[in-house]
Design a protein around this ligand. Structure first.
Ligand SMILES: Cc1ncc(COP(=O)(O)O)c(C=O)c1O
Length: 409
């Protein structure tokens, strides 16, 4: 017997299943991997995860705990020890009074964000998402039944949401603003003045929650310091939901641990959603995350040092490439390059590169370098290059891009 085949668009699939298209970032890195498997020397700069192994003490702690029997279900919102540790870290870092009941641990920050939206949003609600945005936000909003309102930001504004455009977009149906600080894909972070202005607009709209995706907050560069509304405008913090995790700062993407800090009632609602969907995050991963948060933080600094050096070299090399414009990222590990001046140029065969997706394809085919087209993040005319790769590979990638660019007319 054969399993039934279902055509795309068939009513056998739910409405929501048909709305959720595959992630463009994952699709591109899949193509880059496919080409590498065919024997091409592909430099994949689409990656959204650190290229380091999880630090050894974290791995050891996980093994130890499993040997001691941590192999069963844990409480739905996470183990008491881990919730206490998250409460302590957030309390210290954000200057907030946080108790373990304000914390829910989930299988990855992606799931934290998903159930935070499901707990707060429904049909008729609008979510403001500044573009460029991380690809999953609009899909998560759709899964919660809500409507996304995409607010474009510009390179002139450093890709930061302005108080003016926020004010214009706010109406009685808006129930949430998503603020990713520092941002994927731009790396841009919000300073005190930006946050104060946004907070002042939000103070007129008490119904609006702010979903603060702070997953890159520990990966920041130069004089930039991550700030949250809790430190800048405490009045707003009572309606902030803070999301963080161990994936990026501790090189633990595969362990799948994210945290949410918010009001107890919200944490309760998210716990019910999580209980009926995943039961709890994996016990072994929670043990590893506990070690990450409570152990020696030198590992974060080591990775940060490597990212800092790569970032500098990448920015320096980009500054020599005519037609590509970048702004220095404050955090994360991406450079969001403006490639508008290349679009419209002709390939060696005379055909025109008509958009960022075609340019991404051209670089992949010709230079064997993969970056993610800005249109995947709601901002066409750009390519996102990750610096979660070795310095030598990054430099070689940019050299190859230069060679491919020289072939365009
Ligand atoms: C902006 C942003 N938020 C959240 C996540 C999800 O992180 P996690 O691996 O913990 O689910 C990512 C991962 O790419 C991200 O870039």
């Amino acid at each position: 017997m054969e399993l039934r085949s279902i055509k795309w668009g068939s009513p056998l699939l739910s409405d929501i299943a048909q709305k959720i298209t595959p992630s463009a970032t994952l699709a591109l890195s899949a193509r880059a991997k496919e080409m590498a498997a065919q024997g091409h020397d592909v430099i994949d700069l689409t990656v959204g995860q650190p290229d380091f192994n999880t630090p050894a003490p974290i791995v050891e702690a996980a093994f130890r705990k499993v040997r001691e029997g941590a192999t069963g279900y844990t409480p739905t919102p996470g183990t008491t020890e881990l919730r206490e540790a998250v409460a302590r870290v957030f309390g210290d870092d954000y200057g907030l009074k946080v108790s373990p009941e304000n914390v829910i641990v989930s299988p990855g920050a992606k799931y934290s964000l998903t159930i935070a939206m499901q707990a707060l949003l429904g049909p008729g609600d609008k979510v403001i998402i500044p573009a460029p945005y991380w690809v999953s936000y609009p899909k998560m909003a759709a899964m919660a039944g809500a409507e996304s309102v995409i607010l474009e930001t510009t390179m002139e504004d450093n890709f930061r949401l302005t108080a003016e455009s926020l004010e214009e977009a706010l109406d009685d149906n808006v129930k949430m603003l998503v603020l990713n600080n520092p941002s994927n894909p731009t790396g841009v972070g919000y300073n005190r003045r930006d946050l104060e202005k946004i907070a002042s607009v939000l103070s007129e709209y008490p119904r609006v929650w702010v979903l603060c995706d702070d997953i890159y907050r520990k990966l920041v560069y130069g004089s930039f310091k991550h700030l949250s509304f809790a430190e800048v405008e405490p009045d707003i913090s009572s309606r902030c939901v803070f999301v963080d995790g161990v994936s990026k700062a501790y090189a633990m993407t595969g362990w799948r641990i994210g945290f949410t800090v918010g009001p107890k009632e919200l944490v309760g609602a998210m716990t019910r959603l999580q209980g009926h969907s995943t039961s709890c995050p994996a016990a072994v991963s929670q043990a590893a995350a506990l070690e990450a948060l409570t152990g020696d933080q030198g590992c974060v600094q080591d990775m940060l040092n490597a990212f800092t050096s790569r970032r500098e070299k990448m920015l320096q090399r980009f500054s020599t490439i005519e037609k590509i414009e970048v702004i220095p990222p404050d955090g994360a590990f991406y450079v969001f390059a403006n490639v508008e001046r290349i679009i419209g140029m002709k390939r060696p065969d005379g055909s025109v590169i008509s958009d960022d997706t075609e340019l991404g394809d051209y670089f992949l085919e010709d230079a064997h370098v993969a970056g993610v087209p800005g249109s995947a993040f709601g901002s066409p005319g750009h390519l996102r290059f990750s610096y979660a790769a070795s310095e030598s590979r990054i430099m070689e990638a940019l050299d190859r891009i230069q060679v491919s660019l020289n072939k365009l007319d």
